[in-house]
Design a protein around this ligand. Sequence first.
Ligand SMILES: Cc1cc2nc3c(=O)[nH]c(=O)nc-3n(C[C@H](O)[C@H](O)[C@H](O)COP(=O)(O)OP(=O)(O)OC[C@H]3O[C@@H](n4cnc5c(N)ncnc54)[C@H](O)[C@@H]3O)c2cc1C
Length: 361
Amino acid sequence: MSAKRIAVVGAGVNGVSIATACASLGHHVQLFDESAPFDQTSSASSRMLHGGIRYIEQGHIGLVREALIERDGWLRFAPDATRVERFYFPVYQGAKRGRWLLFAGTLIYQWLAGRFSVGPSQLHSSEDLKRVFPNLAPQGLRGGASYCDVVMEYEPLIQCLIDEPSKQAVRIVENTRIERLYTDGRIDTADQTLEFDRVINAAGPWAAKLLEDSRIESDFTIDHVRGSHLIVNLSLKNALVLQAPGERRIVFVIPLDRERALLGTTEHTHDLANPIVCTDAESEYLLSILNQHLSEPLSTSHIVSSFAGVRPIVRPRDAVIGDMSSASRDSEIEVSDRLISIFGGKWTSARHLGEKVASLV
Ligand SMILES: Cc1cc2nc3c(=O)[nH]c(=O)nc-3n(C[C@H](O)[C@H](O)[C@H](O)COP(=O)(O)OP(=O)(O)OC[C@H]3O[C@@H](n4cnc5c(N)ncnc54)[C@H](O)[C@@H]3O)c2cc1C
């Protein structure tokens, strides 16, 4: 195999993983970003490396199983920058899902992981839950269920991922926007045209727009869904999964350290022309869900910070907008001559995606 000159556009977790995997095969890789690595969506996730327990309810069993295997890859790649966390579903009177149903879901999750399971699922009484979470509101608490999953230690993990491409001699080119792609291996920056043997469009939520601006036809497009998080002053021993009252949505509360927890997320259709920020309404919504589960509610003064990101959800171009059953929750790879475009993807699947793309190259 001869070494190729490769340009990767976009230094989020997908672009970095692809660049690293290509360089480890001996290719010469330049990784372009219009700002800096991990500046966009990849810094705004819920920080879980997971199969996605909620997708079981939607019937995406194959996707969950695949992601649970990919989760194991992260534990082996960065044992010091990942941790196993127990997630508890507290169940209150009148909740959409009862504790037996949730327990069944958590058992399926554990079973799907098979030998990659990171801990047993459990059924809990309300006393169990009060012992683990003394600040849970006691009225109407009916007990719950719990399961184990993997959470990233964000800063150390980013450091591992940024160190890897430099070890593999990937050249990272920051603050360089790619204005136009071509299918013959050329790319345009603001002031020059560069030539490569392969170009990989890993611009995340902007991947489809970059193709459109370059007048390159594609079978796929991306729907954009904004998700916001709050970091709040809240001391938790383990993570909570809260059922938003009156809705089917769930919200995660994950301890970051002894004093702070990450609360999220929301889901709103987003127009890329608008700033990606957590709105006051989203902040209120998240805090109110949390407060409905606490004996001592938090106020806005407990909010340390907030952030938002846009989930790139790939959809075949001819599928009906909003028809999520035809929209894959994971990624698609499209090859147009020397140009390879990536649509969608998750943190959890990024390393596997990197290897797939490198083998295509
Ligand atoms: C709220 C939220 C919560 C999530 N939680 C999880 C989770 O817990 N676990 C999980 O597995 N996944 C999660 N995800 C999904 C995951 O975070 C994303 O799918 C993933 O980060 C996308 O990575 P990316 O590299 O494709 O995109 P990005 O990280 O957005 O990277 C794309 C990069 O391309 C650059 N770029 C764009 N256009 C150009 C251009 N023209 N020229 C040069 N550079 C360009 C941008 O600057 C950016 O740095 C979550 C997503 C969201 C929004």
